[in-house]
Design a protein around this ligand. Structure first.
Ligand code: F0G
Length: 463
């Protein structure tokens, strides 16, 4: 039976109309977009679950903050408000705004990585992996084995495999590991959280070998909520204290603020030690790539909304509702026997398309196939997190096989209602009922060399 839907802790003041095309129109639109969901116009999507990034609804306070934003080039009051909030929440000595997560990665990765070096993560997000590779280094994913069995309901499937991490360090030599990155929550494994215990262990290993530890903090608040809910000893600890403890184990963080900070644009870099020599290098890279270090590629109004969003994103009532949405949708899929990465994660439901379409091989992209079916079925836009997104081996050019073939239903924050979630569940149930008739997947007819899934063109494989 579906779990109880946790009511929205807000009411709606401003609305955006939605339009549903006919099935025939949707089939034409997706063919016109060369079967790439990124190629669709948003007005042609009824429910847009492409990403939870930058698609959040801002609050009354944030919109009011937009008007108060100080647009000075240097030393704006909005900048000081932001760094005060950042220092307060993370207990870090230095906070640097940037325009989004990948900008933080662009600034930071070359400071630690170069040709011949390795970076290890519980799982790299695609842009993070790309910036490791752009810096000349190799990215190694090292998630716990439990993550790979989507039906296994155990907590903290986002964790790092600490035994394997030590093995990787000894294999490649500690001097060649430029950086360890903890992605919280672990997006590519299904928005799965990392436990405090695991963070502590990874931190101890990094200290032992003298390797810097970075948090990829896009969904740090959802991660803290899971620790509170599921980890022994944290039930009565405020989310903010959990965050401070978690960040205390790392040396720095890079953050896309377009997720848990509930804004439409923004990012942050943090450095724990206010006297770290790293800070001057970050400022130098920022000034070259992003803008002066007191605005980092953002308008004053963005800095202001970000400062407010940092606090709204860690509100425990909000987080209960937020994670409750995922639980509600997941429970509707449970009722219908539809497989997904379980227990459900923090920012979306990751449907296991390899289970829905066992007849479609990884190199015909089951996750992408289901995403296309969902659009045709009900105008729902989602995306593949699988072999299609992973791409080709940079050395051999061969298609890599991903650990998962997910269709990600990423839920924007404070945007969709229970009725929308029901429509999503019902569309999946319809597709599941005719899944056997979908015999073949898709092939790529054109692709760019890096981050191909944003732009690639596909066609159906005819049986
Ligand atoms: N790290 C993680 C874990 C992410 O999920 C993302 C973005 C980034 C870094 C990069 O941040 O987009 O602000 O430059 N993820 C989005 C997604 C795009 O759809 O999952 P960005």
């Amino acid at each position: 039976m579906a779990v109880k839907y946790i009511p929205e802790p807000f009411r709606i003041k401003s609305v955006e109309p939605l339009r549903m095309l006919t099935r025939e129109e949707r089939e034409q639109k997706i063919a016109g977009a060369k079967y790439n969901l990124f190629g669709l116009k948003s007005e042609d999507c009824y429910i847009d679950l492409l990403t939870d990034s930058g698609t959040n609804a801002m609050s009354l306070e944030q919109w009011a903050g937009i008007m108060r934003g100080d647009e000075s080039y240097a030393g704006a009051s909005s900048y000081y408000k932001l760094i005060d909030a950042g220092r307060d929440i993370f207990n870090y000595g230095y906070i640097q705004p940037v325009h989004q997560g990948r900008a933080a990665e662009k600034v930071m990765m070359p400071l630690f990585l170069c040709k011949g070096k390795f970076a290890v993560s519980n799982m790299f997000f695609d842009t993070t992996r790309a910036h490791v590779e752009i810096a000349g280094a190799h990215a190694i994913d090292c998630v716990v084995k439990t993550a790979k069995d989507t039906s296994l309901r155990v907590p903290f499937k986002g964790n790092m495999d600490v035994e394997r991490l030590e093995k990787i360090i000894s294999e490649h030599g500690k001097e060649n590991i430029g950086l360890v990155v903890m992605t919280i929550t672990n997006n590519s494994a299904g928005g799965q959280p990392v436990s405090m215990q695991n963070m502590r262990e990874v931190s101890a290993i990094c200290k032992k070998y003298g390797i810097p530890l970075d948090i990829d903090a896009a969904r740090y608040a959802e991660n803290a909520y899971f620790i509170k809910r599921d980890e022994h000893g944290y039930r009565d600890v405020p989310v903010k204290d959990i965050i401070r403890e978690m960040f205390g184990y790392a040396d720095m963080f890079t953050m896309s603020a377009k997720k848990d900070t509930i804004v439409n644009m923004g990012g942050l870099i943090g450095v724990k030690d206010a006297n770290s020599p790293l800070i001057l290098k970050i400022k130098a890279n920022c000034i070259s790539y992003e803008g002066f270090y007191t605005y980092g590629g953002l308008s004053g109004r963005d800095l202001e909304a970000l400062a407010i969003g940092l606090y709204e994103g860690i509100d425990e009532n909000y987080l209960r509702y937020r994670v409750g949405q995922m639980e509600y949708l997941a429970s509707r899929l449970d009722d219908a026997g539809i497989a997904y990465q379980s227990p459900v994660g923090g920012h979306g439901v990751f449907v296991d398309a390899a289970v829905m379409f066992p007849q479609i091989p990884y190199n015909e992209y089951p996750g992408q196939t289901l995403a296309i079916e969902l659009y045709k079925e009900a105008g729902i836009r989602s995306c593949d997190i699988g072999s299609y997104m992973l791409g080709n081996d940079p050395d051999t050019g061969e298609q890599l096989r991903a650990d998962f073939e997910f269709t990600r239903l990423a839920i924007p924050r404070r945007v969709y209602t229970q009725a929308h979630l029901d429509i999503i569940a019902e569309a999946l149930i319809e597709i599941q009922a005719r899944a056997k008739q979908i015999k073949r997947g898709y092939r790529i007819i054109w692709e760019p060399p890096i981050l191909r899934h944003f732009q690639a063109q596909l066609e159906p494989v005819s049986s």
